[in-house]
Design a protein around this ligand. Sequence first.
Ligand SMILES: Cc1cc2nc3c(=O)[nH]c(=O)nc-3n(C[C@H](O)[C@H](O)[C@H](O)COP(=O)(O)O)c2cc1C
Length: 421
Amino acid sequence: MSEAGAGAGRREGFVPMLVRQARRDLAQAPATVRRRLSHGSRAQRAGNVAELRELAARRLPRAVFDYVDGAAGDELTAARNQSDLRALSIVPRVLAGADVDLSTEVLGQRIAVPLIGAPTGLTGLVHHLGEVAVARAVHAAGSLYVLSSAGSCGIDELARRSPGPLWFQIYVGPDRGLVRSLVDRARDAGYGALMVTVDVARAGARERDRRNGFTMPPRVTARSLAQGLRHPRWSIDFVARPRILSQSALLAGAADGGARPLAEMIGSQFDPALSWSDIAWLQECWDGPIVLKGVLRPADAQQAARLGIAGVVVSNHGGRQLDSAPSTIAALPPIVDAVGAELEVYMDGGIRRGVDVLKALALGARACLCGRALLYGLAGGGFAGAARAMRLLVDELALAMALAGAGSPSELDRSWIMGAD
Ligand SMILES: Cc1cc2nc3c(=O)[nH]c(=O)nc-3n(C[C@H](O)[C@H](O)[C@H](O)COP(=O)(O)O)c2cc1C
C-alpha cells in the first residue's frame, strides 16, 4: 500500500474512533459529571497523602485544619517524626522473589495490613461521619480501628455502624467511676483491647489552636463566621449534622455547656496524678489486653512489661504534647531491644508514606498507627477520602516491600535500614 493510501486508511480509522469515543463520553457524561462533582471525587484522585493534606487545607476552615495539622510549641517533634523517617534509607534485597503478604498479628488477631487507625478526638469536626467513616475505611482494608474516649462517636454506636475489630482508647480522668463505666461499656460492646494514653499529664501547648481561639464547643465569632462562609460545603455539613463530642466524651466532662479553650477541655479529661498504681487498677477493671500509648523510654516499657501489659505504642502524640520529645522512629529501636520479646511494640507519628511503615516495621514495630493521614483523607472526601488515604498507604507499602525484597512484615529486620544508629 502507498504511503498516501496508508495515511487515508489511518484517517478513516481515526475519525470513526473519535466518533465512537465522543459517543461513549456523551453516554457516560451524567455519571462522570456526578462523579467529578461528588465530595469524594477529588480525594479519590489524590496521588499521595500530601495531596490529601492540600485538599484538606482547602476544604476545612482554618481553625479545624490547624486542629488536625498542628502540634505543640514550635512543632519540632512533629517535624522530626517525619524528617527522621525520611532520613533513613531502605537497603533492598535482590533476587528474593516471592509475593508480598502484608498481614500480621496484633494481640492474637490477624489483620490484613500492619496499619491501625489511631484514636483521634473530635473527629466529627472534620466531617459529620467522623470516626464511623475512618473506622469503615480501616475495616475495609482489613485492619482495626481505635476509638478515642474524646471522640465524636459513642462506643456502642461505632461498634454498631462499623462492625470490624475495634480497640478503645481512654484518657483516665479524675472521676474513676466514670472511667470504669466507659471501660465496662467498651467491653460489653466487644472492643478487643484497652489503650491507655499516658502522655497527656497536661494538655500540650497547641499554639495554632490558641491563636485561632479554638474553643469547645466552637464559638461563633466574626472570624469563624467569615471562615465558615469561605468553606460552604463544610459549614452546611456542620450546621445540618453537627457532631462534636460523643455522649461518653461529654460525660467525661469534656464539655459542660460553656465554650472552653481546647487545652482546658483536654486537661479536664486527664488526671495529672495518674501513676503506675492506676494502671494496676485498670487491669482489675478490664480483663482483656491493655496497651499503653505514649511510651518513649525503655525503662517505662520495661515497667509495663513487668506489670503484664500486652503492648506499648511508641508515640509522642504526633508531636502534640511535649515539644522536643524525640521522634518516634528514633525512640523505637531501644524500646524494641528492651521489651520486644515480652510485649508487642507499635509505633505512630509521621506516617505519610508506605516506606515510612516499612522502616518502622524493619526497626521492630509490629504495626503502625496512623492519625493525620486518615484525617486529611476524611476532610478531603468523607469515607471515600479516608479509604483513599488507607489505599494509598497500603499500595505504597506493598510496592516498597516488593522492591525491597521482603515478602512479609515478619521478614523485615534492621538489615534493611541504613542510617539508624
Ligand atoms: C486531631 C488529632 C486528635 C487526636 N486525638 C487523640 C486522642 O483523643 N487520644 C489519643 O490517644 N491520641 C490522639 N491523637 C494522637 C494520635 O492518636 C496519634 O498518636 C498521632 O496522630 C500520630 O501521629 P500522626 O498524626 O503523624 O500519624 C490525636 C491526633 C490528632 C492529629
